[in-house]
Design a protein around this ligand. Sequence first.
Ligand code: DGL
Length: 270
Amino acid sequence: MAVGIFDSGLGGLTVLDAVSKRLPDVPFVYLGDSANAPYGVRDADDVYNLTKASVERLWEAGCDLVILACNTASAAALRRMQEQGIPPGKRVLGVFVPLIEALTEREWGDNSPPREVDVKHVALFATPATVASRAFQRELAFRAIGVDVEAQACGGVVDAIEDGDEILAEAMVRSHVEALMRKMPKPEAAILGCTHYPLMEKHFQAALGADVKVYSQADLVAQSLANYLERHPNMIGEGADRLFLTTGDPAAVSNRATQFLRRKIAFEAA
Ligand code: DGL
């Protein structure tokens, strides 16, 4: 039994890298739904149905615990999956809560009532579907009061990254940051609310300026998963294979992933 990491495509590899570094003994099975990516321009029903099918595939592969390493899936599908009922012994976790706990300086799982926090103006960069869901604002409201969130739907950035066009991705990041700063000239913190954006972190930071604290998810998710597994060691087992599964063309996805992470990765058909 391994731990499953799900993303719409390759972006979740940033999370996989961080969790593998933090938990080197845990076998991870990665599933990227590249045949159906990008999710960020799909409606909520679509994202829900696709996410559910992929999570079920990871359960089948022996992963009782699945991390939705995709903000769009976490935003549009996680709550609905939990409401519809997760089978006994299985668990699905998203990527918003660790990020919000870091932003609001809360310990893991601190469910005390919302309180005032230091940061007052937060810029959120995410896919159109994540922004439309308002899931980030909803989760934040459970934990903090008086925080103004300005969200920028960063259309096109994921496609440019998946296509390996860093110059286009950088130009788009700059124009999305400018658009955000027209609405909120002085954010104190910026959330990179999409698994692809850590690859563009230095461009976000350069466009935002050095005064803005940029929160990127991978390490926060890794820390939070380590805490979770310490409390629930039964959610990992022994002897499982590490696998990279894709719904897309394994050869093409492997090439792209190798370019993406700058190390060799071999995907097989999901
Ligand atoms: N990886 C997804 C996320 O974190 C975005 C990619 C997509 O649009 O499919 O939101």
